[in-house]
Design a protein around this ligand. Structure first.
Ligand code: PLP
Length: 394
């Protein structure tokens, strides 16, 4: 057998694959008890009717000679690049459509972006955070360092912890903690990056869960961000597109990386499917933006119900800033033996009451002692999971 890439061999199995495997084992052990998932952050509400309708119309168009399409532009069709750019139009750093790339999701986009820089360029990631960043950066040959996010600093990364310039990955609001950067904190990061020659890679997968001016939905709310920031966005959580697959990258010319990105796209991508891009365009239309609110409100309500119950059970939850209703609750493991062992608590909840969560340690060393619960489940499942947990933990 040919030797496999050492970066892949040294990595643990992907967190959510481990969680799914544990749930499957539990199902086999107790076939009559349904496992309720508050573990993997997948959506449960349908896509907006206007997006579904656009998808159907585009598929029908492809079945006609006039509407037939071959390969699309690698960076996306102009109609969607324009619709995405329009979302940034009122910010201090407006984004022209040429700086938008449509992708098949943000995970794919992030993986691609890490390969733009020379192997060895340091990458700084929050700890705890979405585990794909570390795996992808290591696979692209970058040494990865942690920006510790602790209770004492409201789980927010601090520029002074990044000991040397490099690529800094920020996720706001953060998965798994729900911590969101304020305009002041974003400005500090932008100033720091411009001063040190670092680049910020900002993941806004959950930005739709932010409201108000205080917690910006984009790094381009900060003047000067175009010199030092690349942003990745996604329709997955805001529009129920986890299985539809569409996201985007904003890569400003001022970062100096645009030519490398074009070269990468040319050799690696044949674009995203036409009907999906039409559906994404519809999701950003005034009707789509209105229709998405139904699912978002339901997830926010789930989060509020969960928070209330966790408090009732005496569990400590990470505080969230007003204006941030991120769909994750970051909860300290209950006191007692194993209070510092999130995998033990993960298994205890799964085996004891059939509730699936995500162990904090899977998001980084600093996540140990914490559990993540998602608010993306159906309300009736959320209620049932909370009932089971109440019974089990009391
Ligand atoms: N970024 C973060 C922070 C996530 O939590 C996820 C998925 O859970 C993604 C990106 C991937 O999203 P997408 O479905 O757009 O690939």
């Amino acid at each position: 057998m040919l030797p496999l890439h050492p970066a892949l061999l040294s990595q643990p199995d992907y967190l959510f694959s481990q969680i799914a495997a544990a749930a499957e084992e539990e199902r086999k052990r107790h076939p009559h008890r349904r496992v309720i998932s508050l573990g993997i952050g997948d959506v449960t509400q349908p896509i907006a009717p206007v997006a579904a309708s656009a998808l159907r119309t585009a598929a029908a168009e492809l079945a006609t000679q006039k509407g037939q399409k071959g390969y699309g532009p690698a960076a996306g069709y102009p109609f969607l690049r324009e619709a995405i750019a329009a979302q940034y139009a009122d910010l201090p750093c407006p984004i022209p459509p040429e700086e938008v790339t449509v992708t098949a999701g943000s995970k794919e986009a992030l993986g691609a972006l890490f390969s733009l820089w020379e192997p060895g360029v340091p990458v700084w990631v929050c700890d705890p955070v979405y585990p794909a960043y570390r795996a992808q950066a290591e696979a692209a040959g970058h040494p990865v360092f942690s920006l510790p996010c602790r209770v004492e600093n409201d789980f927010l990364p601090q520029p002074e912890e990044a000991a040397k310039p490099g690529l800094i990955v920020l996720c706001t609001p953060n998965n798994p903690t729900g911590a969101a950067l304020s305009l002041v904190e974003m400005t500090e990061w932008v100033n720091w990056a411009n001063r040190t020659g670092s680049l910020l890679l900002v993941d806004t997968a959950y930005a739709a869960f932010l409201s108000g001016e205080e917690l910006p939905r984009s790094i381009y709310a900060v003047p000067g961000a175009k010199r030092c920031a690349i942003e990745v966005g996604s329709f997955s959580k805001s529009d129920g597109f986890t299985g539809v697959r569409c996201g985007w990258v904003i890569l400003p010319r001022e970062t100096g990386c645009a030519a490398a990105w074009q070269r990468w796209l040319g050799s690696h991508s044949n674009g995203t499917s036409y009907p999906i891009q039409r559906a994404a365009e519809a999701a950003l239309s005034p009707t789509g933006l209105r229709q998405r609110q139904k699912a978002l409100a339901l997830y926010r309500q789930n989060a509020a119900t969960m928070l209330q119950m966790f408090h009732k059970l005496g569990l400590t939850c990470a505080a969230r800033r007003p204006g941030c209703l991120a769909p994750y609750l970051w909860v300290r493991c209950p006191d007692g033996p194993d209070a510092q062992n999130s995998w033990a608590w993960f298994h205890r909840l799964l085996e004891g009451c059939g509730v699936l969560c995500a162990p904090g340690a899977g998001f980084g060393q600093m996540g140990e002692g914490w559990l993540r619960f998602t608010a993306f489940s159906r309300p009736e499942d959320t209620a049932e999971a909370l009932r089971r947990m109440e019974h089990f933990l009391r």
